[in-house]
Ligand binder design. Structure first.
Ligand SMILES: C[S@@+](CC[C@H](N)C(=O)[O-])C[C@H]1O[C@@H](n2cnc3c(N)ncnc32)[C@H](O)[C@@H]1O
Length: 301
């Protein structure tokens, strides 16, 4: 019996030396298929028209220090690679499916998200452009200034702090219906509920395309978020809600899984089947641990 065998005794007191405590699946309603390897090869093995929802954030080619991946390709090669993996994502996406592509920029390469989305122009219709707001300051009507969220300060005389990223909502037809109110917000002015017919008496309106989703506050990145470029699970939750298909009937894919925030959102929502890839075994080990999944058998190695 291997130290991580799930048939090992579950109670801490009963464990013999050398036996790891068996993991309990945190989200038993979801079938997770988490693969170590290149997502292009992985997606090629999936049938066409088999995925309802893709939520992903690829490397941005900004020289981020990932464990395995080298994040500094020649910019033409990067755009060609973006088309390559996005073509596979398109092939597996159903006609009524949604693809939410999170991508940000840096002062060193401000055109990047725009170049990527233009490179995908003949593959998808850009149905919505959403701004993921990581940090914001608002002045209330009472004159109070309220700041919320986190950002990485940029020390510069030229550039302002970068407090947002894009989430491009791509579809095959541009006509995919969304459940705007599932991802909605309550009316600030409640008299609108009765005033507008389309409310149907419900106190929920479309949130719009600015999503304030702060990172969770952490004390230790190494222990709590051991990855240099993540999105919060809540970002993927918003995409799931907006896409609107019954979670149990949804097949969701993240080709660049990292430490698994899209998978956590899928599990929390009760998504029926979730597929994820990453080329870094360390990130995947963290993802599996967070999902309560057992260590894999030696796979793709
Ligand atoms: C921006 S991160 C994704 C982080 C993820 N959204 C999260 O919240 O944890 C991009 C990930 O893509 C992975 N990656 C790079 N090239 C890949 C490839 N060809 N196939 C699969 N994963 C790849 C990197 O190892 C990295 O973890």
């Amino acid at each position: 019996m291997k130290p991580t065998d799930t048939s090992a005794p579950a109670s801490g007191e009963d464990l013999l030396p050398g036996f790891a405590k068996a993991r309990e699946p945190k989200y038993p309603g979801t079938r997770f298929e988490i693969h170590h390897g290149d997502c292009v090869a992985g997606m090629r093995a999936l049938p066409a028209d088999s995925v309802d929802l893709v939520v992903t954030s690829p490397p941005y080619n900004l020289g981020i220090d990932y464990g395995t991946y080298r994040d500094k390709l020649d910019s033409q090669a990067y755009l060609e690679w973006s088309r390559e993996w996005a073509s596979e994502a398109r092939r597996v996406l159903r006609e009524d499916g949604s693809f939410f592509l999170n991508i940000g920029a840096a002062p060193a390469d401000p055109w990047l998200p725009h170049e990527v989305i233009l490179a995908l122009r003949d593959l998808f219709v850009l149905q919505n452009t959403i701004h993921w707001i990581k940090s914001i300051t608002v002045e209330t009507r009472a004159g109070e200034t309220v700041s919320a969220g986190h950002f990485k300060p940029i020390n510069s005389k030229r550039f302002v702090n970068d407090c947002h990223e894009f989430v491009f909502h791509l579809t095959r037809t541009g006509r995919v219906p969304l459940d705007r109110r599932a991802a909605g917000v309550p009316y600030a002015d409640k008299s609108n509920i009765a005033r507008w017919k389309h409310t149907g008496g419900r106190d929920t309106r479309c949130r719009g395309n600015t999503w304030f989703i702060p990172y969770e506050t952490i004390l230790s990145r190494d222990k709590e978020r051991p990855h240099p470029a993540t999105f919060p699970a809540k970002l993927a939750t918003q995409c799931l809600l907006l896409h609107g298909k019954a979670p149990a009937d949804t097949v969701m894919l993240d080709p660049f899984l990292g430490i698994g925030h899209a998978a956590i959102a899928a599990g929390e929502a009760g998504v029926g089947r979730f597929i994820g890839y990453d080329i870094d075994p360390g990130y995947l080990a963290t993802a599996r641990e967070r999902l309560g999944l057992p260590e894999p058998e030696k796979e793709n190695e």
